[in-house]
Design a protein around this ligand. Structure first.
Ligand SMILES: Nc1nc2c(c(=O)[nH]1)N[C@H]1C(S)=C(S)[C@@H](COP(=O)(O)O)O[C@H]1N2
Ligand SMILES: [Mo]
Length: 255
């Protein structure tokens, strides 16, 4: 597995940044970003991007698209079929036995069925997924609002991050991610169970995956099994807050 530097985050930060700043950058950016060699040379733009996002605030919305923009064959990446026996058993049974565990620093630990998650306030959004490998696809995602789900559990004041534990083992390690609690309430942060109007497929993370649209692809955890509210994550796995973060990727991963 190669470990490229996360490339130039190349879209949403200019949403709302004001046309002047945005247009200046947008001109050649999308094309440039497709070339991995150029991407390496542009890494300082990542720092710039982070400053701009800080300026705009993390609450700014990622760009949304129309149905006409949807990529016909959305690439599946990383794990596309978890090898783990417990996952395979649940998938064979159409996930009827699956439950999302919500625990840690919450008032009310939960174990939610897919139907219970589908009953939560939902959102549908057509957004662009940007992978650090240098490809992007546009898809429509429908899911429960992460904020509504955490409100159900009741985050304790000490909670600073949410750890997302995934079902899949990749390269001998379990995939996981972390999200800061401030990002949980972002309107485009959802736990998606449908893609392009159909139930999520195994390749794209069935039965439930994260969509946090201000973040790069590797943050979009698939096969989410458990959410744990924590005040720190340095004791979890490699201690850097995510599977790829433990390999040196930026934990922030914002776009
Ligand atoms: N559980 C899990 N989540 C994951 C991955 C993975 O391998 N396992 N890969 C990540 C990466 S690098 C990308 S680009 C996206 C790919 O999502 P997709 O398969 O729906 O395109 O999922 C992310 N989430
Ligand atoms: Mo990715």
């Amino acid at each position: 597995m190669s470990l490229p530097r996360p490339p130039l985050p190349r879209r949403a930060w200019l949403q709302g940044a004001g046309a002047s700043l945005g247009a200046l950058w947008l001109s050649g950016c999308d094309r440039i970003a497709e070339d991995p060699n150029v991407v390496k040379a542009l890494s300082s733009a990542e720092v710039l991007n982070r400053r701009v996002q800080r300026l705009l605030g993390r609450g700014a919305l990622a760009r949304e698209f129309t149905r006409a923009d949807i990529t016909a064959a959305f690439k599946a990446n990383g794990t596309v079929n978890p090898p783990d026996a417990d996952y395979q058993a649940m998938a064979a049974n159409n996930f009827v036995d699956w439950k999302l565990i919500v625990d840690g620093l919450v008032e009310r630990p939960l174990a939610l069925s897919l139907d219970q998650i589908k009953a939560l306030p939902a959102r549908t959004q057509i957004t662009r997924h940007d992978c650090v490998e240098g490809w992007s696809c546009i898809g429509e995602w429908t899911g429960a609002r992460f904020g509504a789900l955490m409100d159900l559990a009741g985050l304790r004041p000490q909670a600073r991050h949410i750890v997302l534990y995934c079902a899949d083992t990749l390269g001998g390690r379990k995939y996981y991610e972390t999200l800061d609690v401030v990002d949980v309430q972002h309107p485009q942060t959802i736990l998606a169970y449908a893609m392009n109007g159909s139930p999520l497929t195994v390749a794209h993370g069935a039965p439930l995956r994260l969509r946090a649209e201000r973040y790069l692809g590797y943050k979009q955890a698939k096969y989410v099994m458990r959410l744990e509210a924590v005040d720190r994550f340095d004791h979890i796995a490699g201690g850097q807050g995510g599977f790829w973060e433990d390999q040196g990727y930026d934990r922030y991963g914002g776009i």
